[in-house]
Design a protein around this ligand. Structure first.
Ligand SMILES: Nc1ncnc2c1ncn2[C@@H]1O[C@H](COP(=O)(O)OP(=O)(O)O)[C@@H](O)[C@H]1O
Ligand SMILES: [Mg+2]
Length: 276
């Protein structure tokens, strides 16, 4: 089976820019993964994610060197509209993504644009409503919804294209902590129950690291640290970059109570297990 995402020495320079926004990225993402991408503002997270669904190089122009393949095919050779059926992309601000008068119409929009038969469109809308748990919102207008509800609708509207990979660019940054947590739990459910690959750009690591299988830390356009979240986020270099590492991990690192070979905790529950 083809590798879901494979980047080889991928570098991209936006048109008119003097230096690359991402450089020499080598990355493979496999089935079942929940990847968190983090790093200081301007380090290239959004640029990296624009490569997964072909927005780079097809929509944002510039010079792309190296290679990115999705399911074994170079994105250069595929249209964004084709790629959107493999890679769903959810933006930071759902308001910009929602266009229709009610939620059901919103969800039908993308499959209608594919020219699918009516029955198929209906089935996909129902499935997305079920997956995301928004049955009670189906007749509401997107602008009447709370930020968290809008973000769920934005996710559902992408799911109607049946992607196997979901990329989300800081989807919780405008949400309160409770709504943000609900969105992250939904992503974990899509990952576990539906086997979707999740690629999540996020700086609230307290919130997302416990759900992730791998963390990528970027700086200056490069992936500088990556790995299992407890290990990657224990790295001193990550703290120096100003990445907001989980407080509990920082505390336990400082206390020095974790034995050699044992992982630092990401959550209070993990911390308690270390102490007892
Ligand atoms: N559309 C664009 N055109 C030109 N430069 C861009 C564009 N988008 C981002 N950049 C530049 O690329 C670099 C990386 O930005 P970005 O990928 O948005 O970082 P992040 O998402 O980590 O904040 C920055 O220097 C930014 O100014
Ligand atoms: Mg960004």
């Amino acid at each position: 089976m083809a590798i879901p995402v494979e980047m080889k020495d991928l570098t991209f320079v936006y048109r008119g820019a003097r230096k690359p926004a991402i450089k020499n990225i080598n990355l493979r993402i496999m089935n079942g993964e929940f990847v968190v991408v983090t790093g200081p503002t301007g380090c290239g997270k959004t640029t990296l994610c624009r490569c997964f669904n072909g927005l780079i190089p097809h929509f944002h122009h510039g010079k792309m060197i190296g290679q990115i393949k999705v399911n074994g095919v170079e994105t250069r050779e595929r249209k964004v509209s084709d790629l959107s059926q493999t890679v769903g992309f959810v933006f930071q601000d759902p308001e910009n993504q929602l266009v229709a008068l009610n939620v059901e119409r919103e969800l039908a929009f993308a499959p209608e644009n594919l020219g699918l038969p009516r029955e198929e469109i209906k089935a996909r809308v129902e499935e997305a409503i079920e997956m995301v748990g928004i049955d009670h919102l189906r007749s509401n207008a997107p602008y009447e919804l709370s930020g968290g509800e809008q973000q769920r609708v934005a996710i559902a509207s992408v799911l109607t294209l049946k992607p196997s990979i979901l990329v989300l660019d800081e989807p919780t940054s405008n949400l309160d902590p409770v709504s943000a947590k609900k969105v992250v739990i939904l992503l974990k459910q899509l990952n576990k129950e539906y086997g979707m690959i999740i690629i999540l750009i996020e700086h609230r690591l307290d919130l997302v690291a416990p759900y992730s299988s791998r963390v990528l830390v970027m700086s200056n356009g490069e992936i500088v640290v990556e790995g299992e979240p407890r290990k990657a986020l224990s790295n001193d270099y990550v703290e120096k970059l100003g990445v907001g590492i989980p407080r509990i991990l920082k505390l336990f690192k400082g206390l020095g109570v974790v034995r050699d070979g044992q992982n630092l905790p990401l959550t209070p529950d993990e911390a308690i297990r270390i102490l007892i």
